[in-house]
Design a protein around this ligand. Sequence first.
Ligand code: ADP
Length: 460
Amino acid sequence: MRRALSVHTRLTLWYAGALLAILVFISGLSYWLLARSLAQDVDRSLVTLAQVVRDAPRGDGFEEAEWWVRELLDPEHQLFQLLGPDGRLRSRSWRLRDDRLPLSAEGRQRVVAGQATFETVLLHGERIRVVALPVLRNGRLIEVVQVGMPLAPTERTLQRWLEALLVLVPLGVGLAAAGGRVMARAALRPVDEMSQSARRIDAEALGRRITIRGTGDELDRLAETLNGMLARLENTFGEMRRFSADAAHELRTPLTALKGTLEVALRAERSGAEYRAALASALEEVDRLVRLAEDLLLLSRATAGPDSPRARVELETLVLDVAEVGTRLAKDRGVTVRVGTLAPLAVLGDGSALRRAVLNLVENGVKYTPAGGRVELSVTAADGEAVLAVEDTGSGIDAADVIRIFEPFVRLDSARSRESGGSGLGLAIARSIVVAHRGILGVERPAAGGSRFTIRLPLA
Ligand code: ADP
């Protein structure tokens, strides 16, 4: 498989590519500007020369004019001739010898019309720029001065500029790419170091952290974010470990009791009644194990979030239904379950999971309220949320335990809870269900005593 390019190589390539494009554009522009300005210089010089030839004192004839021009110009520029108005050659400079500077038909037309005309012509394979300047007297064309200038020097200058660009541009791009590569490497080195130290962190060493360099830049912020994530992972791993240990412990207690009962029963020959008693006790422990397994399953499902699609759940119906179940549970204990204010509110979610959560609260209310007490359910609206409350007149919860009770396997009064058969998972399950519905499960201690559990849920 082809290996992907490293970030610094890609950065360097992008950078060099962009620079090359810019330099090519600037070079092209500079070449074009230079060529234009050289051409303008040539044309300007040609006009000046033509004027010199036109205005040179003629004296006895062309020789004197030529002498003047020769005095003024270097030999290379001594290409000029005079034409009559009919286009016939009158005289030419010595350097032209037997040659003639050509003039195209259109050029001639324009000259006749009194306009100076520029043309580029070939003379013995040499490119020459020629100006034809009409000489008018009283508005009549009496003569045409033609002056030529070889384009070779300007072409040489342009050629040299092009050669310089062909060397300088690749050299500049090469140097910039090398420098850019060094800079990109240096800038990305901390990322490399960070990924190396992140690689050393695994599930066994989640306590390790990525070193923060203290520069306060983006990379430090990234390291802080990763460290924050590691802290949360460490926390979650810790919770999971504690949870597994607690779960194992919870399983071991009924299993040990079951084993003891069976061992005692087997140790000697027993009567039928004794065997029945042993089996009944064993069944009780098995019941506890089944309940525990069911609760564990419920908790893991609730933590994973609702598995059925979210539907509209009428809280009124839900509360009346749970109250009915609660009444049945409470009958033998001498506790009354009743329904208080019932606002007709609805939330979105998994109806059976929410019913489970409320039922757990009612079961607790009934469990931890002595005979003669009561458990009251209500639904009200507050701050745009539905508040479902389960209030009891029971033992209440100490302020110090308010947070703890929502953790799995926490029972405040183990003797009492064991007797009532609670696994310590009821509130943890309720909280997971409520959190999965983007709600909050809380507990308050009413002034009159007992406890008041509230489920706050966003309205549908
Ligand atoms: P359990 O299975 O023991 O009821 P829960 O998670 O439902 O487990 O509750 C945790 C602990 O919180 C209980 O053991 C109990 O000590 C305390 N608790 C829960 N609900 C109430 C309540 N309504 N009144 C007093 N204590 C409560």
